[in-house]
Design a protein around this ligand. Structure first.
Ligand code: SF4
Length: 338
C-alpha cells in the first residue's frame, strides 16, 4: 500500500483507519509528509528525504491523498504534471523489482488486457488499445522504438519486455494522478489550506526557471555554454576527460537532441577509446538502457565544485543549469542582429 497508494484497497484501509480528511488538523505528520512529496518535485525542502518512504506506514499511505488534495488546491498545470510524474516514476522503480502477479495486478487495476508471454526477450503481450495511448505520451512519443510500426504485433497484441511494461504503466499512473487532481474539492481543513498557500508561493517563485527548463527548444552548437564548448574542444583534440566531465558532456548533448551515434563518434579521438564500452556508457546515460530514464546534466553549482565551470560569461550569472544557457543566449543574439 505504501508503494502503490492509488489502489482501491488503500482507500479502504484509510477508511478503516478512521482518518477523516476533516480531522487532519490533528495529523501534522501526514500533512508534512504530503508537503515533502510535492516539494521534492521543484527543489523546495530539498534537504528533506523524499525517496525513502516515511517510516510510519499509516503516515506514508495517508500522505498520498493529502498531497493530491494540495496539488488540486494549487491549481497549476505545471506543478500537477511534475507531481504526477514524480509519483509515477517512483512507482516505476518499484515495479521493476516486482514479480508478474503484482505487475499484472496493477495493470488490471487500469483495466489493461495483458498476459504473460514466454516468447523471450518479451515477458508480456499487451492489447494495442492499452499500448498505444501510453506509448504516445511523454518522452516515449519521440523514441522510434515505441512506435507501433517498430513493434512485434500479432492479432492486436503488442509484445513487450518487463521494463517496457513498467514504463508504459508509469505513463498510465501519471495520467491517473493528473485525473485525480481534476476532482472537485469542497472544503479543506485550515492546516491543508495553509500548505496549499505555502506550496503555491514557493512554486511560483521557482516556476519561471522550471518552465524554462522544461522547454524543449534545443541549442545549436554555437549556442552551447562555455563549459560545454571547452569539453567539446578537449574531446575533439583527443584529451582525456574525467568521469564527471564525460557525464556532463554526454548528458548535455543528449538533452540537446544529439544522437548516441554522434556522441560516441566524438570520443573516437581519445586514446583509450573503445567503441563498445563508450556506446554502452552513452546509451546508459541517455536512458536507452537500464532504467530507461535519461540522466540530468548537473547544475552549475555542482559543475563549479568539480572544476568544470570555465570562462563563465554574463549569461552564466542568470542561469542555474547549462541546459538553459541557449534560451538566454537567443534573445541576446537576436538583439545583436537588429
Ligand atoms: S556557469 Fe554554468 S553554464 Fe556557465 S560555464 Fe559555468 S557551468 Fe557552464
Amino acid at each position: 500500500m505504501v508503494k502503490y497508494p492509488f489502489l482501491p484497497q488503500v482507500r479502504k484501509h484509510i477508511a478503516e483507519l478512521g482518518i477523516d480528511i476533516n480531522d487532519l488538523g490533528e495529523l501534522e505528520s501526514i500533512v508534512d509528509r504530503a508537503k515533502v512529496r510535492i516539494a521534492a518535485t521543484f527543489e523546495f525542502l530539498a534537504h528533506m528525504q523524499n525517496q525513502v518512504p516515511y517510516k510510519r506506514t499509516e503516515v506514508e499511505i495517508a500522505s498520498f491523498p493529502v498531497a493530491i488534495l494540495v496539488v488540486t488546491g494549487v491549481k497549476d498545470k505545471i506543478l500537477t504534471e511534475r507531481y504526477a510524474l514524480s509519483e509515477a516514476k517512483r512507482v516505476y522503480s518499484y515495479l521493476l523489482k516486482e514479480k508478474d502477479e503484482i505487475i499484472l495486478g496493477i495493470a488490471e487495476f487500469f483495466e489493461w488486457k495483458i498476459h504473460p508471454s514466454k516468447q523471450r526477450p518479451f515477458s508480456y503481450v499487451v492489447d494495442f488499445t492499452n499500448y498505444l495511448p501510453n506509448a504516445t505520451r511523454g518522452r516515449l512519443v519521440h523514441a522510434p522504438e515505441w512506435k507501433l510500426v517498430n513493434r512485434q504485433l500479432s492479432k492486436g497484441q503488442v509484445s513487450v519486455t518487463k521494463n517496457e511494461v513498467c514504463r508504459l504503466l508509469q505513463e498510465e499512473i501519471k495520467k491517473y494522478i493528473e485525473g485525480r487532481t481534476e476532482e472537485k474539492i469542497t472544503k479543506t481543513p485550515q492546516i491543508i489550506q495553509d500548505v496549499i498557500e505555502e506550496i503555491k508561493a514557493e512554486f511560483l517563485k521557482r516556476k519561471p526557471h522550471l518552465t524554462e527548463f522544461d522547454q524543449k527548444i534545443q541549442a545549436k552548437e554555437s549556442e552551447y555554454p562555455p563549459c560545454i564548448m571547452h569539453l567539446l574542444d578537449r574531446t575533439t583534440k583527443g584529451q582525456h576527460l574525467s568521469h564527471a566531465e564525460r557525464f556532463t558532456l554526454v548528458t548535455y548533448l543528449f538533452q540537446q537532441g544529439v544522437s548516441a551515434d554522434r556522441i560516441v563518434n566524438l570520443f573516437s579521438n581519445v586514446s583509450d577509446f573503445r567503441e563498445d564500452k563508450t556506446r554502452y556508457q552513452v546509451e546508459h546515460l541517455a536512458g536507452q538502457r537500464g532504467s530507461r530514464t535519461p540522466y540530468k546534466t548537473y547544475n552549475c553549482s555542482t559543475l563549479k565544485t568539480h572544476g568544470i565551470c570555465v570562462n563563465p560569461d554574463p549569461i552564466c550569472r542568470t542561469i542555474r543549469n547549462p541546459l538553459t544557457y541557449h534560451l538566454r543566449k537567443k534573445p541576446t543574439r537576436d538583439k545583436e542582429k537588429k
